[in-house]
Every structure is written in C-alpha cells, then in structure tokens.
Ligand binder design. Structure first.
Ligand code: MG
Ligand code: MG
Length: 278
C-alpha cells in the first residue's frame, strides 16, 4: 500500500481514543475466539465480528479496503495454516489441527485500531506450537524496542534476530507493520527485519502496529489471483500476532490487549493455549 512520508505524533488525548479502538478490536477477537470450533466457517465468524463491532458504535476498518482486484469483503482477515495474512472469510470450515490467524481493525471517533492473533484449533504439533509461541515472543521483543530514542530498525532487528537467527524461521518481506491513527495505514512502514540503530528516530506519541508474520520454513510467499490472499510457497504454516502501541519514553504503551483473547482461548475447549509443550 502507498503511504505518505509524514509521521503523525499523537497527543495523550488522541492516544486514549486509539486505545479505545484497539481494546474494541481485541474484545472483538475474544468474542470471535469464543465461537471458534471445528465446523464453523470463516463467514460465520466474520458476521459475529461485524455485529459485535457495530453494536459498539464502531465500523469494521477492513471492509471495503481498496484492493488491486476487488475491495476487501470481510470484517476480519481469516488466514488458515499456509495463508500468511489477508485471507478472505468464506465457507471454508475450521477443522481440528488448524492454525487460524484472525486480524481485525475498527474505526471509531475518527481513529483506527488494529490487532491480530493466531489460534490453535484442538491439538497441533509441537513444531507448529513452537512457531506460534516464538512469533509472540518476536512481537514482545519488538515492542520492547518501541521506545523514544531508538530507531525503527531496532524493532525489525529484534524480530528478525529471534525468528531467523534463533529459530531458523522465515520472515516475510512482502508485508510490514505500519503507523496507525486517523488512517489505518500511516507512515512509517514497520518491517519485521532491519538493522540495529538504523532508520528513523522513534519519538514519543508515534502510534504503530507491530505485526510479525513468521513462516515455519522458507520466507517465500505468493499472492493468490484474488489480489489479497498471501500464501507460503512451500505451503508450510505461518503465524501472525499484532499489537498497536504508542512509543513512549521508558517503555511502549501497548494499546491493544491480548490477555482478553488468551482468557477466551482458555475458556474454549476447542482451542489450545499458546504455550510451549516442552
Ligand atoms: Mg491487523
Ligand atoms: Mg496492521
């Protein structure tokens, strides 16, 4: 996507508005998590999310987002297994052993919020659970770098180091995180790769969506003919976790809340908690 070059630093009041949106996004994902089970379709989950968002006086941010072939039709991006991101909700049914990445964005009061979570349906292999846990660790490490005085490259470096160097996973280059605020996608791009100490200086009030997209094996991906669905070339699984954060002095202010999603996962017998088995 084409985004300009000007960084928008937010006031404390604006950050609180963005937080409200982000908390609605993560409570939507928690609501959706309560309905994930084998046999449920992506379209059914999408309808639940849209109703929930509109009941909270907000608007789904992805629905109608301009694409190269057609505008995005869903409230959620639902990406199964080898789909990295931007899966289109359809009649595909969830089945035992799937990993399902669900990405959600909302608009309310003139601001946006964005977050994503990858769910494990029933029992998944230890190898894939390690990928999910590691992708979350990448996100946490990246957030740890989102402090004033650091450089943008520090964020990408943290993800790349943990995923590629420590775990030999693939970090995709085709999609990146982004600034967020009055637009869903604002400057800067926030890549999941980079050089330590390089790139623009991070300053207080910059709000960014950090979203590692990590492949189990090769980082190579291709786009389906729909112009949206991004798939791993080797058809091995890929994971995606996302938070929206505000850069601050001592530590980043994480505006979205994955703990409500973890709680929903814990309360759904059809989902496995995201934690290492060994
Ligand atoms: Mg997202
Ligand atoms: Mg995003």
């Amino acid at each position: 996507m084409q985004i300009g070059s000007r960084f928008h630093y937010k006031s404390a009041e604006e950050i609180e508005l963005i937080r409200k949106n982000c908390l609605l996004v993560t409570s939507t994902l928690a609501e959706v998590a309560g309905h994930v089970k084998p046999g449920v379709t992506g379209l059914a989950l999408d309808a639940i999310a849209e109703t929930y968002i509109r009941d909270h006086q907000a608007v789904p941010a992805f629905k109608g987002y301009p694409g190269s072939i057609f505008d995005f039709p869903g409230t959620l991006c639902i990406s199964f297994n080898d789909v990295v991101v931007h899966g289109i909700p359809d009649q595909t049914e969830i089945k035992e052993g799937d990993i399902v990445s669900i990405d959600c964005g909302v608009e309310m009061n003139g601001f946006f919020g964005d977050a994503a979570f990858t769910f494990a349906v029933g029992e998944i292999s230890e190898e894939v659970m390690d990928l999910l846990v590691t992708t979350r660790e990448c996100l946490d490490m990246a957030i740890g770098q989102a402090v004033a005085g650091n450089r943008l490259g520090d964020i990408g470096y943290a993800v790349q180091q943990h995923a590629e160097v420590n775990h030999k996973y693939g970090v995709i280059r085709e999609m990146v995180g982004h600034g967020i605020g009055r637009d869903l996608h604002e400057p800067p791009n926030v890549p999941n790769y980079g050089k330590r100490g390089k790139g623009p200086l991070l300053k207080e009030g910059l709000t960014i969506a950090i979203e590692p997209m990590i492949n189990l094996a090769s980082r190579d991906v291709y786009m389906k003919k729909d112009g949206w669905t991004l798939v791993t070339k080797d058809h091995k699984p890929s994971a995606h976790y996302e938070h929206t954060v505000a850069v601050q002095k001592a530590e980043a202010d994480v505006l979205s809340d994955h703990t409500v999603i973890d709680e929903a996962v814990k309360n759904n017998v059809n989902l496995s908690e995201i934690r290492r088995k060994r």
